[in-house]
Design a protein around this ligand. Sequence first.
Ligand SMILES: NC(=O)c1ccc[n+]([C@@H]2O[C@H](COP(=O)([O-])OP(=O)(O)OC[C@H]3O[C@@H](n4cnc5c(N)ncnc54)[C@H](O)[C@@H]3O)[C@@H](O)[C@H]2O)c1
Length: 373
Amino acid sequence: MALTLFGDIYRNKKIIVTGNTGFKGSWLSAWLQNMGAQVTGFSDRIPTEPSFYVATGLDKQVNQVWGDIRDLAAVTQLIKTVKPDFVFHLAAQALVKQSLQDPLETFTVNAIGTGNLLNALKEVNHPCSVVFITSDKCYENVEWVWGYKETDRLGGKDPYSASKAAAEIIFHSFFHTYFSKQDHIRMATARAGNVIGGGDWAPDRIVPDCIRKWSVNETVNIRRPNSTRPWQHVLEPLGGYLLLGAQLASDPKKVHGESFNFGPPANQDYKVGELIMDLARYWTGTDAAKLINIDEDHSFYEAGLLKLNTDKALAMLKWQPCLNYGETMQLTGEWYDYFYKNNPDAFSLHDFSLQQVKLFLQLAADKHLQWMY
Ligand SMILES: NC(=O)c1ccc[n+]([C@@H]2O[C@H](COP(=O)([O-])OP(=O)(O)OC[C@H]3O[C@@H](n4cnc5c(N)ncnc54)[C@H](O)[C@@H]3O)[C@@H](O)[C@H]2O)c1
C-alpha cells in the first residue's frame, strides 16, 4: 500500500529527519518512506524502550546517522554528506519535566541545536526545503481564551517553552540575515502541541503513562484530572509539516521564512480525566477504567490552556485538522491495544501503522479537506 500525496513531491527525494527515533519523527519517517522517499535519520539515541522506531522495524529500514544536534561539526557533515532535498528538524529535548531538571540541556539542544542546523544550511548550494518543528509553547502564554496567532508575542515561563521561543527567534534571525534573499534554501517553522497517538512511550506524558501501567495490570496515578488540553492526533501536525515542506519546494515565495500553527479544532479541549476514561474504552481484556487513581500534584508550574489559531495555515496552505476527538481517541487506543494484545512482529506493526495513515487520509478525503488534493 503506497500513499501518493502532496503531488508525489517526496518520491525518490533525499530527506533528513532529525529526531527520527522519537515519537513524531518515527511516524514521519514511516509516512515519508511509504511515499517513496529516501530517509536519513539523525538522532542521538533511541529515547524509549519500547519505541515506535524499533517496534515497526524502522531501525532496519532508515539510513541512520547517530549524533548530537549540539555538535556543529556533526550536523555540518550530515548536511554535506546527504545533500538533502528536504530536512524536517524534530530533534529536541521535548519533555517539560526534564526541562525543569536540566534547563541548560534543554536550552542547548532546542535552541543551539536549531542554530547549528541553520548554520550548516548556510553552506548548501542546491535546492533544499527545511521545516523546523518548534511548539505551541513558544508563545508567551497570557492565559487568555483566544487562539494564539503567528504574530503573537513569543515567550515562555518554563525552560522548555522558553527554549522553543528561543529556537523560533534564532530561526527568524538566520532567515533574515542569510536566507531571505536566497531561493534555493527555503525554510519555515511549524508550531503544534499536545500530540497523542500510538507508539509514544515518553515519560511523564499522559497517554504513555496510562499504557505503561495498564500493560502490567497496574493502576495509573493521574496528577491533574481537570487540566484541559487541546488534544491532537500525531498524524495531524505531521500532515501539516509535509504540506508545508511540499509548499516550500513548489512555491517558496509564498511561505519561505514563515511560521505556521497546526492545532486541533477550537472545540477539541478535553480534560485529562475524560481523555483517560476514553482511552480505557479501547483497552481490551482488563477493565482499565478500574486502574486509574486520581492523585493531584501541584508541585510544579504548568501553564494554563493554550490554544492555537490555525487561520493562517488554512488561508495559505489550505490545511485543516481532520480528526474529531472520537477518531483521535480511536486511532490512539486501537494502536496500543493492537501492540500489547497481539504482540506483532515489526512487519505487522509497520503495516498496521500505515493502515492508520491510510484511514486518516480516507477520513480527510471523506471530509473534503483541500490539503488532500
Ligand atoms: N509530542 C508532543 O506532544 C509535542 C508537542 C509540541 C511540540 N513537539 C515537538 O516535536 C518534536 C518531536 O517531539 P517528539 O514528541 O517526537 O519527541 P521525542 O522525545 O519522542 O523525540 C525526540 C527526538 O529527538 C532526539 N534528540 C534529543 N536530543 C537530541 C540531541 N541532543 N541530538 C540529537 N537528537 C536528539 C531523540 O533521540 C529523539 O529522536 C520536538 O521538537 C518537540 O519539542 C512535540
